[in-house]
Design a protein. Structure first.
Lengths: 204, 241
């Protein structure tokens, strides 16, 4: 008999459990990773109306985790736009964060090194694109239309400039490999003749 | 007059004193005393006191200003604490593993998250006892907590895709929970109807105490056994038809 009482006492936690029974609650408790916390502490996001005693009893009854102390704070949320297109702003519900001190320390598992199952590279590319587009939109909304001269010089123009420099220096001869109409021959021939005549005059 | 003005000038600021000096110069009657006043030895005291007598002004431990003057050991670098975070071995029976898919596993991959069955349907839950439904409800709660933790970790660590899979699985769990409430609500309505029927039934005395509720007008022996057997036979035969 005495041993049974002792066993029952060992089953119970060091604190006094709540007496009120709760049936079919809809609470969702999220365990949060906090790098700065020591292993004997754990952090949870709980519903706003949760109390410290609620979390303590919840963890004991559902997960049989004994908790020695609970700290809590309510985290205010920043003003948020309802959607990017509307001008309606609102303040989201604040979040309640509770930190508990555990009787048995707990270490968070490692983040998986191989992120291939989550298609991490593709996801990152997508995120970058979205961010870039958002920035462009912001600039456009501020009417900061960039001048043509202030835009970065495109690659083709740089190549064209280099080619022009080379041609001016005589390194490259211009040629477009176009078969001209025979009627041009006379004109060009005349031109050539004139040029050659000039040359001969200048050289003589 | 100038004697009376002198104590005032002691307290007034230097600018104030000069103005006083000008105003006094204009009045011809007091010109003799004014020259004396300009050579007064108390004049430096007219200057506004700027030096702070508080030796620890601006020294704060809150924003780490350090001492006002460099100390003898100011050039010596202080030793810094080693970044030491002890790794703790957690056994698999720790209760907080309930927030994870398996002990030592942070979260499910999207493919694993997708591998789930359908939700319980109301037709299936109607036959379950309250104990079963209650246990299933808490199972669902734990599953939702696990999914919420996985989701938070996915977003925090920027691991990649997988939010949609978590959401759809969560939705499936929620459907089960909804079905549980549906079944229980039905059961409650049935009970209400039964109470209503019992009120009008002459053989049932609702006001009676324990064991006195059912008061049959005439007790028929063997009535309970025979129809039960017949019904069982019917049920057995029916599927074969």
């Amino acid at each position: 008999m005495a041993e049974a009482v002792k066993a029952a006492a060992r089953q119970l936690p060091a604190f006094k459990l709540g007496q009120k029974q709760v049936f079919l609650p809809n609470h969702v408790i999220t365990m949060l990773r906090k790098e700065h916390l020591p292993p004997n502490e754990a952090c949870f996001k709980v519903p706003l109306r949760f109390t410290k005693f609620d979390l303590r009893d919840y963890l004991w009854n559902l997960y049989s985790v004994e908790v020695t102390a609970v700290r809590s704070y309510v985290k205010q949320q920043p003003l948020t736009q309802r959607s990017t297109s509307s001008r309606s702003w609102y303040r989201p519900q604040p979040q309640k964060i509770m930190t508990v001190e555990l009787a048995k320390p707990f270490q968070w598992p490692e983040v998986p090194a191989d992120l291939e199952p989550w298609s991490n590279e593709l996801w990152k590319m997508r995120e970058d694109t979205i961010e870039k587009r958002n920035e462009e939109q912001l600039v456009r909304q501020r009417f900061q239309i960039p001048l043509k001269s202030q835009e970065p010089v495109p690659k083709e123009r740089v190549e064209l400039g280099n080619l022009a420099k080379k041609m001016l220096a005589g390194e490259v001869k211009w040629e477009n490999n176009v078969v001209l109409d025979p009627r041009w021959d006379q004109i060009l021939g005349k031109d050539k003749a004139v040029k050659s005549a000039e040359k001969t005059t200048t050289t003589s | 007059m100038s004697i009376a003005a002198a104590p005032n000038a002691l307290r007034a600021s230097s600018g104030c004193a000069s103005r006083l000096w000008l105003s006094l110069q204009k009045s011809p009657s007091s010109s003799l005393f004014l020259q004396v006043a300009s050579f007064s030895t108390t004049a430096p005291q007219c200057k506004r006191k700027t030096k702070d007598s508080n030796k620890r002004r601006g020294v704060s431990s809150l924003y780490g200003s350090g001492p006002r003057e460099p100390l003898s050991m100011s050039n010596m670098p202080l030793p810094k604490p080693v970044e030491f975070k002890p790794k703790i071995e957690v056994d698999e029976s720790h209760g907080l593993w309930g927030f994870f898919p398996a002990p030592g596993k942070l979260l499910l991959t999207p493919k694993e998250t997708e591998e789930h069955g359908r939700a319980w349907e109301v037709e299936e839950l109607r036959r379950k006892s309250w104990e079963d439904l209650h246990a299933l409800w808490w199972k669902c709660c734990k599953e939702r907590n696990m999914l919420a933790t996985a989701r938070a970790e996915l977003l925090r660590g920027k691991l990649g895709f997988g939010e949609r899979e978590i959401d759809s699985r969560d939705e499936e769990v929620t459907k089960t929970m909804r079905a549980i409430k549906h079944a229980l609500t039905e059961r409650f309505y049935t009970w209400q109807d039964a109470v209503e029927v019992a009120r009008s039934d002459p053989e049932i005395n609702l006001e009676g105490g324990e064991g006195q509720v059912y008061t049959p007008s005439a007790y028929e022996e063997g009535y309970d056994d025979v129809p039960a057997v017949e019904e069982a036979d019917k049920e057995l035969k029916e599927p074969t038809r």
